[in-house]
Unconditional design. Structure first.
Ligand code: UDP
Length: 405
């Protein structure tokens, strides 16, 4: 199992030093994370990597997942969509059901811990069943322009927490509690991000029947309309008139996302019979495959219309790839336009930037180097562990004017 020292020489030294200090102060305390899925999406990705590292640091850490049925996850997906600005129909019964399922979970989960991190809106009502400890709501989604009524419902719960954490500052709201901004991060030593040999990359390409004869444009994402998979296909078609290339759309649907299947059908139909479009439906935990796909790509797209942060952007940047990202949510926090990647606002803009990268390999490789360096300094998992521990420690020492570390 990995430990902090494995990151020396990779992560910034100051982060490692601060983590050691904080871990000494918090050792033997209990840290509980609760979210709504063990697989699929960025939250599960981060918790899966962070939990063992925290326990190596001497913190007693648990990661629990709330259980729900189809109806519950259909409601929570609507909540998710509305918080990202898409109006959906809600009835009082739906809100009651959201809370009732949380109440049921509160009876079976052990909620006792020194600090409880509740991730996203699905389990947010659990705060009603709090017994002890500090409770922090960790919002990962793009709530910059939510449907107001839905935000009011969710913030009525969120307001009861001790603190809230958002991924970027434009998501933070006026709330009666402490708020922190902490961007998500990736683990450079995970199967998804560690180095691969050319043979390993070739093996994945041939298993997925992707010939490496032309430049590859890649988007890795859950099949979710906010990730704009059809917009990606349209941009590829504009490029294809001038530059021969392949498009790979790789993804899965998460267990807490009931819309995935329908989106997969829509996208497959829209792609038609073009032999240069490869739609790959990946089961969960195919990290090495995703790693290899990102490494074989010439250009990586994340053409989201809404995006909490976009770990797929970070992953590709870490692999030295030029990334073209939608100018939304957390993506501009990672992509400095023209320096660490390109930001786009339209399909035409995406096509223009893809062609620029395909036609300028030297510029693309410089951009990729900048991207990797930027991720090293800002978006590695050690920085996030540092920040989570620091928020916890700061909350415990709130009344003190000086915090000793
Ligand atoms: N991912 C995966 N398999 C897939 C699609 C995505 O493992 O089929 C991973 C992806 O590599 C990234 C995370 O899921 O680590 C997605 O996080 P992101 O922040 O990009 O988007 P979210 O799904 O949380 O909206």
């Amino acid at each position: 199992m990995l430990q902090l020292s494995d990151y020396s020489g990779i992560s910034p030294k100051s982060d490692l030093q601060l983590i050691s200090r904080l871990a000494d102060k918090l050792s033997s305390k209990q840290f509980l994370h609760i979210n709504s899925t063990k697989e699929g999406g960025g939250v599960a990705e981060i918790l899966g990597r962070m939990t063992p590292l925290l326990s190596k640091l001497g913190i007693v850490v648990r990661w629990e997942v709330i259980q729900g049925d189809q109806r519950f996850f259909t409601i929570t997906k609507k909540i998710h969509n509305s918080l990202q600005g898409l109006p959906e129909e809600f009835t009082d019964d739906m809100w009651k059901y959201h809370e009732a399922i949380n109440e049921k979970n509160a009876k079976t989960l052990d909620l006792n811990a020194d600090v409880v991190f509740i991730h996203d809106p699905q389990p947010v009502p659990l705060i009603k069943f709090r017994d002890k400890g500090l409770w922090i709501w960790r919002c990962h989604i793009d709530v910059a322009n939510p449907v107001e009524e839905v935000w009011n419902r969710i913030s009525a719960y969120a307001g009861k927490y001790d603190a809230a954490i958002f991924s970027v500052s434009k998501f933070a709201k006026q709330m009666p509690l402490d708020e922190f901004i902490i961007t998500p991060t990736i683990d450079p030593l995970s199967e998804k991000n560690n180095d691969l040999t050319a043979d390993e990359i070739n093996e994945v390409a041939s298993r997925f029947k992707i010939p490496l004869d032309k430049p590859i444009i890649l988007q890795v994402s859950r099949f979710d309309r906010f990730k704009d998979p059809k917009g990606v296909i349209r941009a590829y078609r504009m490029v294809k008139k001038y530059n021969d290339c392949r498009l790979v759309l790789a993804g899965s649907s998460a267990t807490d996302d009931p819309e995935g299947e329908a989106v997969i059908r829509e996208v497959t139909e829209f792609a038609g019979s073009d032999p240069d479009i490869h739609i790959l439906l990946l089961p969960a935990f195919r990290d090495k495959d995703i790693n290899a796909l990102q490494r074989m790509a010439t250009v990586v797209l994340q053409k989201s219309l809404k995006e909490g942060f976009g770990l797929t952007v970070t992953e590709a940047m870490w692999k030295g790839k030029p990334v073209i990202g939608g100018n939304v949510g957390g993506i501009p926090t990672q992509i400095i336009d023209g320096v660490t990647g390109f930001l786009v606002n339209s399909e035409e803009g995406s096509a223009f930037r893809i062609r620029r990268i395909l036609n300028n390999p030297d510029m693309a490789s410089k951009m990729g180097e900048n991207a990797r360096q930027y991720v090293r300094n800002h978006f590695l998992i050690t920085r996030q562990i540092r920040d989570y521990l620091f928020v916890w420690y700061a909350m415990l020492n709130k009344s003190k004017r000086v915090m000793e570390l």
